[in-house]
Design a protein around this ligand. Structure first.
Ligand SMILES: Nc1ncnc2c1ncn2[C@@H]1O[C@H](COP(=O)(O)OP(=O)(O)OP(=O)(O)O)[C@@H](O)[C@H]1O
Ligand SMILES: [Mg+2]
Length: 356
């Protein structure tokens, strides 16, 4: 039996995680290896429950093991996930493994919508997720999540007040909209808005989170600076629509994250409102009303991973307006969430390597 176990481990040493470019055994991803008669069973610990490569890794393991031991062994592989972090545990919000900023240059391109559906998709995959609305002047999260009348509670611990986020669909939500009347305009100077944002971020009991998504206001504002000065961020996502006017502003957002004083890794670019579909006799036909592939090209030019295109769908707008959630993640968001989780794992591995 021990002989078989040794051979299996040897075989698994030849299987690399395609993203992390190291073998599964060295990465500590193999657990509970057990041989029972002609059954070999083990668990693979992924770096995210939203891993898009699960099947690829499984096939590679089976192939490698069957090449090393006899074919008649049955191989039972189960998956579990331990989300990685590149953030220091001594930093602000140590219980939060990854902080992801969702930004754009231009307003109205779909940041809040994307933040909402990505949070939902990541949570559906089994991750612990939070979503902070950083748009102090125009919070959308309470409306999009159908909880405008919700009010977070405050808990006193160690002589300090902690805000308890609102739990909706298993996602921890917080927005200035929960603390103010949504109909009233907030008229504050920049420093007041930044102070309010900092308080929402820092004084909240987020618990243990794998991913905290931050829905930023448009542009390159005080809030962006406050965010990067307050916490260490895993990375940012830039959202754009395909037309030139939006791309010019997206380029500025990319430049901001790459500035020496800011230096936030860009995990990817998402193109929203890429096209709409009309039903034809021979299938659906896409209409690129804002031009084709503008965001995709920008991602290539700026050497940023392209996370995907989202079509204009009335269902997306309706869910946002009504504050309802689809029974299961809408397809492009599901795929994009997996790609994002993948980029986060790659980013964390790179961080670990650079800081060893
Ligand atoms: N792919 C889509 N299909 C249909 N409607 C969409 C899509 N993406 C966003 N919308 C709608 O467009 C509007 C603007 O989206 P959203 O509020 O998410 O943009 P934003 O970038 O967060 O805006 P702001 O810059 O004001 O914060 C919303 O009504 C939303 O429902
Ligand atoms: Mg918004």
């Amino acid at each position: 039996m021990n002989n078989v176990k040794t051979k299996v481990l040897e075989a698994l040493r030849k299987v690399d995680d395609p993203d992390l470019k190291k073998d599964l055994v060295s990465l500590g991803m193999i657990d509970k290896l057990h041989i029972d008669g002609t059954t070999i069973s083990f668990t693979i610990i992924l770096t995210t429950p939203a891993c898009p490569l699960q099947e690829v890794i499984k096939r590679a393991c089976i192939q490698a093991i069957h090449a090393a031991v006899m074919d008649e062994f049955e191989i039972v592989i189960t998956f579990t996930a331990k989300v990685t972090s590149g953030r220091s545990s001594s930093s602000v919000l140590p219980g939060v493994k990854n902080i992801i900023a969702i930004a754009s240059g231009k307003g109205g391109v779909g940041k809040s919508t994307i933040a909402t559906h990505l949070a939902l998709a990541l949570s559906n995959s089994g991750a612990h997720v939070g979503l902070l609305d950083a748009d102090i002047f125009g919070p959308s999260i309470p409306t999009m999540w159908g909880c405008v009348t919700s009010r977070p509670t405050v808990m006193k611990r160690d002589g300090k007040n902690h805000i308890i986020p609102i739990n909706r669909y298993n996602v921890q939500l917080l927005s200035i909209g929960f603390l103010s009347n949504m109909q009233e305009a907030i008229v504050w100077r920049g420093p007041m808005a930044s102070a309010a944002f900092k308080q929402l971020l820092q004084d909240t009991d987020w618990g243990t989170l794998d991913y905290l998504l931050i829905d930023l206001p448009p542009g390159t504002s005080d809030i962006h600076l406050t965010l990067v000065q307050t916490v260490s961020i895993t990375g940012a996502i830039v959202v754009t629509t395909p037309q030139k006017i939006a791309l010019i502003d997206a380029t500025k957002a990319i430049a901001m994250f790459r500035k020496e004083q800011i230096r936030v890794p860009i995990l990817g670019l998402i193109e929203n409102m890429s096209y709409f579909l009309t039903e034809q006799k021979n299938g659906s036909k896409p209409h690129y009303i804002f031009g084709k592939d503008g965001g995709k090209r920008l991602a290539e030019q700026a050497s940023i991973p392209f996370l995907g295109q989202i079509p204009l769908l009335s269902m997306i707008c309706q869910h946002g307006d009504l504050g309802t959630m689809p029974a299961k993640p809408i397809m492009p968001f599901h795929t994009i969430a997996k790609m994002l989780a993948q980029q986060i794992s790659i980013q964390n591995a790179t961080y670990k390597q650079d800081n060893q």
